[in-house]
Design a binder for this molecule. Structure first.
Ligand code: NAX
Ligand code: ATP
Ligand code: MG
Length: 359
């Protein structure tokens, strides 16, 4: 991955370097428009960074993450010796005729958090619109919707789209699949697709799912074959992660609750009472960057054997906190008229408050 600051690169262990450079490593870092977590304070994660929290709805222990410590730990310093790409290259796969805002929110948020490059792979109809929102984004109009593909062309079109996407995939530190993909039968929304084809992420410890309340309900029904049980929320989340096999899930809501099937952590810092659409998209772009940074950080710093820190969880914790802080600042200024674009404008200040650029 290219997210490592220059100083860290010198510290990389040979093994870490080889692994980070390998196509397998890169291929596996997928962020699937949902995620969740475990907590630790970055390189020196310890039980002291987790504060047990009495969560009435949960039977198992849920730890309130020391999210500011996580952000400070994993955010790389701005090193003048670094070149373009080293702070992260993120791709968003999403955006169709109906939904052009979602991929834009995710992609621009990744840049505002600190990634160097942000690509969007979307349909031809969505591409010009997304490009017009921002010249910062690199937009690939390569996806197709069913209305533009004849039945007898489906297979050949699919295969040429895949060839084109695969050409690029190796270059990214994290790929966010889903914002604004919609439900078109040819295109298919990321989480909707995953819910019905769980094998796509099974046993992939680099996959993060970030379901909202409806998406979580569908996941629980499909995978655990039961209804969401708020009395037993943390155990159910843990069971879901385990059943899927080691993925990280961030269940979004009043608190963002994160598990990788081992621990359950939450971020409950208050954000905003506005529930305008697109906040989950900001979250996915932010988590993509932070989880890439967390992986670099952990690869660059030898971890004590007894401490197993999951960088995907750290990325979720950091992304959740940043979104919530930005939402709080945007609401303070805009009150009831707060919209997603206002929140994005405060991502920079929120990160600066925790982790000043000149540190
Ligand atoms: N400005 C934009 O372009 C935005 C686009 N977005 C995109 O909009 C799409 C839809 O996202 P939502 O979060 O609204 O998710 P859903 O489409 O899952 O849900 C929307 C609502 O419809 C209901 N629903 C969904 N499927 C149903 C079904 N088969 N039968 C009955 N009820 C059903 C759900 O329960 C929920 O209340 C996604 O692709 C998302 O990425 C959002 O991210 C918000 C911003
Ligand atoms: N009830 C709530 N109270 C406080 N914050 C919330 C609440 N629900 C959601 N949030 C915040 O909004 C973020 C996005 O969650 P949301 O459920 O809106 O996702 P989403 O539906 O996928 O969003 P999108 O509209 O981008 O698709 C969460 O990470 C959390 O910070
Ligand atoms: Mg969403």
């Amino acid at each position: 991955m290219g997210a490592c600051p220059h100083a860290w690169q010198h510290q990389l262990q040979h093994r870490g370097r080889m692994w980070a450079a390998s196509p397998a490593f890169r291929r596996q870092l997928f962020l699937l428009r949902s995620l969740a977590p475990t907590c630790a304070d970055g390189g020196r994660a310890s039980s002291s960074s987790l504060r047990p929290h009495a969560m009435s709805a949960a039977a198992g222990p849920v730890y309130e993450a020391d999210a500011e410590a996580v952000v400070r730990r994993i955010t790389p310093p701005l090193d003048r010796a670094r070149h373009k790409g080293q702070a992260g290259k993120i791709a968003i796969i999403g955006g169709c005729r109906e939904y052009t805002g979602a991929p834009y929110f995710a992609a621009i948020s990744a840049l505002k958090v600190g990634a160097d490059l942000s690509h969007v792979f979307c349909t031809k109809d969505a591409a010009t619109v997304i490009k017009s929102y921002s010249p910062e984004l690199i937009v690939h109009p390569i996806l197709e919707e069913s209305y533009s593909v004849r039945d007898d062309e489906r297979e050949s079109v699919s295969s040429s789209i895949l060839t084109e996407v695969i050409k690029w995939v190796e270059r990214f530190d994290c790929i966010v699949v889903g914002p604004g993909l919609g439900r078109d039968s040819f295109l298919m929304d990321g989480l909707f697709l995953i819910t019905n084809n769980i094998g796509l992420v099974e046993d992939n410890s680099l996959a993060i799912l970030t379901p909202n309340v409806y998406e979580y309900k569908r996941l629980v029904q499909k995978i655990l074959n039961c209804e969401v049980n708020e009395e037993n929320a943390s155990e159910q989340l843990t069971a879901l992660c385990q059943k899927i096999g080691g993925v990280t899930i961030m269940k979004k809501g009043k608190a963002d609750v994160i598990s990788d099937g081992k621990k359950v952590t939450q971020v409950s810092t208050f954000g905003s009472p506005r529930r305008c659409g697109g906040q989950g998209d900001i979250l996915s772009g932010s988590v993509a960057v932070f989880s890439s940074w967390a992986r670099h950080f952990l690869l660059s710093n030898e971890q004590p054997k007894e401490t197993s820190v999951n960088p995907m969880v750290l990325g979720c914790i950091a992304g959740s906190l940043l979104l919530r802080k930005a939402a709080a600042l945007a609401f303070e200024k805009n009150k009831r008229s707060t919209v997603t674009t206002d929140i994005i404008e405060f991502l920079g200040q929120s990160l600066e408050d925790i982790c000043p650029a000149g540190r």
